[in-house]
Ligand binder design. Structure first.
Ligand code: UDP
Ligand code: MN
Length: 324
């Protein structure tokens, strides 16, 4: 080996060594960076959980609540849409019992955003506390039924529509706070007194545009249901105790609508002008046709929701200073 060859050899060894250390350093750096990112994710998770736990005391804005809901949805069920449940409610002795039942049903379902609209002059502590204690992602609103409509309750000849202003207020909240295309979900009108199986919400999660299913104990029948053609899988008519030839002979509890449709068809609302028993049918006409309906719950052969009505209890005495 002459001198220059030995120098070259020496030089090669040196740069190889350098390369090795450089690689080692790079490797350690990458590992360190990864661990920092991971602990960052862990911290984010912890932060999210803390936020979730204390959200009631933080007085989050609507946008922050929506963001929190989205984070939750991403964490658990990427493919499970957010189900916006619109619940009108009003004071009577069974109110707390009804709301306890349905809120605890909702606790068993992922990705719920519960929108509760009180038929009252102002929000009550009873409903506020119940929502807070449920730890559900929820929005609490208020919309009082006009006295002239309410007074129809006392007149057995004119049965008024119930929950009209409240459902419209829920719809307005969605349209004011969510952006079509950006926020994904399904909207369901969830009266406070019905009985809901958690299986129903798995069906609601499948809705692409407008989904329908049977409702038990309604309209004088054991069940009202869409009739589905076995060959085509399409809805051809309805079994209903009340005007089965309505365009949509479906109870409020028997359908759900894609959020995007709700947000883009801004004029679709409920109204006192709609004829008796026509609220659902007229509302659905804004969005779809009978042929386009998606029959869910095993092609409308299963009952997962019941139009139950709680008897008004006879209260002859009240104990003061206790919330019932
Ligand atoms: N509701 C309301 N204000 C009223 C009567 C009813 O907000 O004055 C609500 C009620 O809590 C329920 C929905 O509207 O969530 C439908 O009312 P209800 O169950 O009495 O109607 P029905 O089952 O008899 O059609
Ligand atoms: Mn009811």
């Amino acid at each position: 080996m002459d001198r220059s060859a030995s120098f070259n050899h020496h030089h090669k060894m040196k740069s190889r060594k350098l390369g090795f250390y450089l690689l080692l350093f790079l490797g350690i750096f990458v590992l360190w960076k990864l661990s920092v990112i991971e602990s960052g994710i862990d911290k984010l998770e912890l932060l999210k959980e803390a936020l979730q736990l204390h959200k009631d005391k933080l007085h989050l804005t609507e946008q922050q609540i929506i963001l929190l809901q989205q984070l939750e949805a991403e964490k658990h069920h990427t493919n499970y849409p957010i189900i916006y449940c619109i619940t009108p409610t009003y004071w009577r002795y069974v109110q707390k019992a009804e709301l306890t039942q349905i809120s605890q049903t909702l606790k068993l379902v992922p990705n719920i955003h519960w929108i509760v609209i009180e038929d009252a002059k102002e929000k009550s502590d009873l409903v506020r506390n119940l929502i807070e204690e449920s730890h559900l992602i929820a929005t609490h609103l208020v919309a009082q039924t006009a006295p002239v409509e309410k007074s129809k309750d006392k007149n057995p000849k004119v049965k008024r529509h119930r929950g009209v202003e409240q459902r419209n207020t829920g719809l307005k909240w969605l349209r004011d706070n969510l952006v079509p295309g950006k926020h994904k979900g399904v909207v369901y009108f969830m009266d406070d007194d019905n009985t809901y199986s958690i299986k129903l919400f798995e069906e609601i999660a499948k809705v692409k545009r407008v989904g329908v299913w049977p409702v038990g104990l309604v309209g004088g029948l054991n069940v009202e249901m869409p009739i589905v053609d076995e060959n085509t899988g399409k809805v051809t008519g309805y079994k209903s105790g009340w005007l089965p030839n309505r365009p949509f002979a479906i109870d409020m509890a028997g359908f759900a609508i894609n959020l995007d449709l709700i947000l883009t068809k801004k004029d679709a609302n409920f109204s006192y002008q709609m004829a008796k028993g026509m609220q659902e049918s007229e509302f659905l006409s804004y969005f779809t046709t009978k042929e386009e309906l998606e029959p869910l719950a095993d092609l409308c052969t299963k009952v997962y929701v019941w139009h139950t009505r709680t008897e008004t209890p006879k209260i002859s005495g009240t104990i003061p200073n206790i919330e019932v």
